[in-house]
Design a protein around this ligand. Structure first.
Ligand code: AHG
Ligand code: MN
Ligand code: MN
Length: 332
């Protein structure tokens, strides 16, 4: 009989590795796991629960919010504000960070940045969506946490992860000691360790990019796309093109199979489209921890000092050799 290890058991087992007080980060990760199960339940019955479609609001990024975006945001905020380990909740779906001042949260040590529902455009058509989270330790030691507690470089993340609501639901996370994946067993309602120590292949043959933006890409990216399409047996080209449009799903596939995900700058999004705090930093941390590489094309994502909450960023991430090839193409 195989013995299943649950997420809860795994977190407790690994907490000896944390450099800080042991229980708090464990409880925070547990709270995220609980909210993920609640969101998963709604995603699974979305067509039945009148939860598809637009909420009627537009978020700070000028994007129409879906009902499920709002629902997921509420669930994660609720779980983290009642858990007592998180002092600031910064979400892609909210204009400002929420400073949690209740008696349980005001002295909490951790800051959570979150993309509660990634891949919103796929919700209504039953294609995989996700959640991305990033956890920092608060720097200031007294009073209320401040914006500079949130605007830390990605290298200071103490944990990051994603949940993919796909053909099965998985939670993948890192605390800086490798990457582990857990699959939700719906019969017992627990995330169980299914993908221990995920390592991304050094090189792959999948490239994931929205090629509809081709004319808007920098020349180096256009040249790289052509490189991907040229026949060359030694390098397994032409590569396979796979693009879902949910970053979590595209990254998850490439992490397991080997490949590269690109959302570079475009003429209409000169800073890139994806968000540094909620999408690029957490995924970059995971990709690096799995042995891959994550850059803007010019610099390591985790080294960027954020200037604002909803800052955007170019993202080129995945198998190390493939990312380095793109960097070669972008070099003047
Ligand atoms: P979100 O749904 O959180 O706004 O994120 C969507 C992101 C990301 O998941 C995906 O990779 C990308 O936007 C897709 O963008 P395009 O439709 O421009 O390709
Ligand atoms: Mn997103
Ligand atoms: Mn989102």
């Amino acid at each position: 009989m195989t013995i299943m290890k649950t997420l809860g058991q795994f977190i407790i087992e690994k907490q000896a590795d944390f450099p800080y007080a042991k229980g708090e980060l464990s409880r925070l990760l547990r709270d995220i796991g609980i909210a993920a199960k609640v969101v998963n339940r709604e995603v699974n019955k979305a067509g039945l629960a009148d939860i598809l479609g637009e909420s009627g609001h537009v978020n700070i990024q000028g994007e129409g919010q879906k009902k499920l975006d709002v629902y997921a945001d509420e669930q994660f905020m609720r779980a983290l504000s009642s858990g007592g380990e998180c002092c600031v909740f910064a979400s892609e779906e909210q204009d400002e960070a929420v400073y949690l001042n209740s008696t349980v949260s005001k002295d909490a040590k951790y800051i959570v940045c979150i993309d509660p529902l990634d891949g919103s455009s796929n919700i209504d058509v039953n294609v995989s969506v996700g959640t991305i989270f990033s956890i920092y330790r608060r720097k200031s030691t007294e009073g209320e946490a401040t914006l500079s507690d949130i605007l830390q470089k990605g290298i200071h993340q103490v944990a990051a992860g994603y949940i993919i609501y796909g053909s099965s639901t998985m939670l993948v996370y890192t605390t800086g000691k490798g990457v582990n994946g857990f699959t939700l067993d719906p019969s017992i309602g627990e995330f169980c360790l299914s993908h221990p120590n995920i390592i991304i292949p050094e090189k792959g043959n999948i490239y994931s990019i929205n090629e509809g933006n081709y004319v808007k890409f920098p020349q180096g990216i256009k040249d790289y796309i052509k490189y991907c399409q040229i026949e060359d047996v030694a390098t397994r080209r032409p590569y396979v093109s796979r693009y879902i449009g949910s970053m979590v799903a595209d990254i998850h596939r490439n992490l397991l199979k080997g490949g590269i995900f690109l959302y570079p700058t475009t003429s209409s999004h000169p800073q890139g489209k994806l968000r540094l705090l909620y999408e690029c930093n957490p995924i970059a941390f995971i990709v690096e921890q799995a042995g891959g590489k994550a850059t803007t094309g010019y610099e390591r994502i985790l080294d960027i000092l954020p200037r604002e909450l909803h800052q955007r960023c170019s993202a080129i991430m995945g198998s190390r050799e493939m990312v380095e090839k793109v960097e070669d193409f972008l070099r003047p």
